[in-house]
Design a protein around this ligand. Structure first.
Ligand SMILES: [Zn+2]
Length: 256
């Protein structure tokens, strides 16, 4: 049982991948999303709004299955010394009750903005007034013409989501937490460690899959749980310490 392995471990390392993330198709199935998206798509001066539209539809109450899975995970990690590396950008993990200083999000977030040119390495909060107007447009109270693209106060370039995939991704959004993570990882040597990989396939394997396998290989006191609907196989080197679960992580966590 996973819960038993977590209970017996001194430390728990969690990796979260795309199977835990909100899919674009899920958003498209939600009332109003496609309609708004079609207003923005293909219009050069309006496409900047698409990430903000997505952000609106990432509200936790719209994604009960993922929220429940995080609740389960939170319960299992209660009182444990853990660190979470998440490839997800949907921000659903935020505000759930996980220790914020024990999460690193190398692919970025819908929570912070950066200059598209990354002129000064700064990051910006999304202003409440602005967000209120964007929400108003989505909810039908504000016209599209009233919305203005946020601009970098230093160079005037657009402010964009601080996410991997930006031509000039500002990695400053996660590097501090990444530093904490690598330090924490050093402290797992020779300790009883439970490694839990949830739905991390071959997207960014150098962030979760490969380094997690390496940690398991070198730590003889570790146990490894790999949960994935299709890429659940474990390499020969860690098979004896590993448990491979063929399941999507939402279903798997729901059953715990
Ligand atoms: Zn700038």
């Amino acid at each position: 049982m996973l819960i038993q392995d977590i209970t017996e471990a001194e430390l728990v390392l969690v990796g979260i991948g795309s199977e835990m993330q909100v899919k674009l198709q899920t958003l498209k199935d939600m009332p109003g999303f496609e309609e708004k998206l079609s207003v923005l798509e293909g219009e050069q001066d309006r496409e900047w709004l698409i990430p903000f539209l997505i952000r609106y539809y990432l509200k936790r109450e719209f994604h009960p299955k993922i929220t429940k899975a995080y609740e389960k995970l939170l319960g299992m990690l209660e009182g444990k010394n853990y660190f979470i590396v998440s490839l997800s950008t949907d921000d659903l993990i935020r505000g759930m009750g996980f220790r914020e200083e024990r999460i690193t999000l190398p692919c970025g977030t819908y929570h912070l903005l950066q200059c598209a040119e990354d002129c000064g390495g700064k990051l910006f909060q999304i202003e409440e007034n602005f967000w209120g107007r964007v929400s108003g447009w989505i909810e039908g109270d504000v016209s599209l013409e009233e919305l203005e693209e946020p601009k970098c106060p230093d160079c005037g370039a657009p402010l964009v989501m601080n996410q991997y995939g930006q031509p000039k991704y500002n990695e400053g959004g996660y590097l501090k937490s990444w530093g904490k993570y690598t330090k924490w990882l050093q402290g797992t040597v020779n300790k009883k460690l439970c490694i839990l990989e949830l739905g991390a396939g071959m997207e960014f394997p150098s962030i979760v899959r490969w380094p997690f396998e390496k940690v398991c290989f070198y730590n003889q006191k570790s146990v490894f749980w790999r949960v994935h609907s299709s890429l659940f196989q474990l390499s020969e080197e860690i098979k004896m310490r590993g448990k491979s679960v063929k399941s999507d992580p939402l279903t798997f966590l729901g059953e715990q």
